[in-house]
Design a protein around this ligand. Sequence first.
Ligand code: FRU
Length: 680
Amino acid sequence: MSRWKAPHLTVIAALLVAASTPISANAAPPATPRPLASGPVNPGFDTGDLTGWTVTEGTAFGPAAVTAIDSYWGGPFHHRGSHHLWGHAAAGDDATGTLRSSSFAAPARMSFLVGGGWDPERLYVALVRDSDGRVLRKQTGPQDEAYVRIVWDTSAWRGQGVHLEVVDRKAGGWGHLNLDDVRTGEAAVRDDNGLTFRTLGQAGQPTAPTAPRDFTADPLRPQFHYTPYQGWINDPNGVIQWRGRHHLFSQFYPDAPLWGPMHWAHAEGPDAVHWRDLPVALTPPPRATPTDNSGIFSGSAVDDDGTLTVAYTKFTDTAAHPGAAPETVAIATSTDGVNFTPGTEVITQAPPGSSAGFRDPKVFRDPVDGRWKMVVGSGDGGRGKVQLYASDDLRTWTYTGVLAEGDGTTGAMWECPDLFPLGGKWVLLYSTNEGGQSLQRYAVGDYDGSGFRAERHGILDGGGDTYAAQSYRDDAGRRLMTAWMSDWNVKEPTRVNGWAGAQSLHRELFLAPDGRLGQRPVAAADSLAEGAPVTVTDKTVTGTWRLGRGETARVKAVLDLGRTTADTVTLRLKASVAEATVLRYEKADGTLSLDTTGAGYGTRATYRTQVKPSPDGTLALDIFVDRSSVEVFTGDGAALTARVYPRYRESQAVEFAAEGGRLHLRSASLTRLGSAVLPD
Ligand code: FRU
């Protein structure tokens, strides 16, 4: 309809202008003011070609870039309509070029789908003013092929002639950009299903951490999980309670929402829930070459007679530093808990049999012989392993030997090991990559000061986003643990806002009666509650029932299985008519699954764990929903954690459903949770 209207109006306007203009034989024909279209021609490439778009430079965007292909190597593109512009399709990553849309009148708001590489300088969609070529808005990609919708407030230029430019000046990996479904006016923010798109995009996001920092503006920013304001984080490092305060360091790259030369970000707080950012604790050496990735890899912290002492992997990129040892152990210290001395190398060479790597030292005081011990992740010949060292002063370390080793089925390199006593046993945590899947594993067994004998193996969290877990014993004697709430496979749609990565809620570990390693949210998480909870008791659900709404909320429920006749009970979280994260309990076999495949952007998988009801026939669920995460804890200590990224503002409902009978809830409650960010 609109495509027919635009030329029609143009013709009428031209006729009117012609009729009212006196014609003089000598004068140049008057400029014809052309009414501007309300949006670009062919806004979603659904003509199947580049109609309305002009290649202005290079080869990146030939006609072959318009494609109807639905899926790439990692899943569906989630494009709209029949076609989209896949910047890789015409000439691959190495080609560069620019593509220009037809001109249109700047609306009050516009939105579009963007995919492809992240690089704000070399890969972006720009809104350009026709009259002076000024770039009014820019947006780079999510470093993923799948599309994320960007919403722009363009009201400042409303009515002015503008056009879009798709710019690809990047060659090499992720050197392409994808575009689809440009929308203007009301349709820019409201989808055809009546729901409102969340406002994502780098416009309005700072490029550097500036004060005051607003953690509330970004609709995908977790409110009670530690996140980098801009840039990237992965593993939690150096977790400790020191002089009464809890410290949390993170693998950190400040310059991009991508892994890069590692720093240690640093935060501290009173309760293992609320965090205040401190200055970056450890920084990598200056880059020797533009691609030098040398940096401060993962490690741990101990209190050495009042001195906060951290042990970390000094990673040296041998492509930039030929002949250097790639991974050594270094120590840095702080007497004020803020400023650290430059690191000193204390283990300059990996022990034999460490061909897959030698990193992530975790230091602890060994109750068996009173000495300092250090476990280090390693692997050789396809088997992950843990190396053990001993010391009396944290400076001179003696290699003790291999503490534990895999059988070849649990990954070739065990990252981030952690060894600690718990409930009369010893627990070994380690992270693995198995056939492209990242897993947080654990073993429970016995340790005699030099060797570990596993009696039981397990996966710490059945969800897809728990990796590089690290624990500490706090002043109250609890074993607290946090993990990178992500992994090496995750899609990070938040990259369009300049950041990626979050740390899990701190959890208290315990040994369950059946010997499994259990976890529960740290008790101080109660302090996040805001306002009075919505509570029900003794509620029977047939069909679907809505408990309430919340994008930062805690949902507790006690399912009375004795009085529940339904075969399957589901709890839809972050739900709207278009999307939901679905927790499902199968009564027959005790499977609890978390289905994130219809949750929004960054669609992933369905995760499963086994849960055991309490002896009284109830199943307790304690669920933390944050803006882009869901953490499920069950009464028996199982957990399912996943990042989810809803597309729509309305996706906040919490709904129970019973299939094949009724559900009886002994109780259920929904509490809104507040922010864990303490002012700097
Ligand atoms: C685990 C890991 C560690 C390494 C760090 C680098 O996620 O690969 O082994 O120290 O990340 O950032």
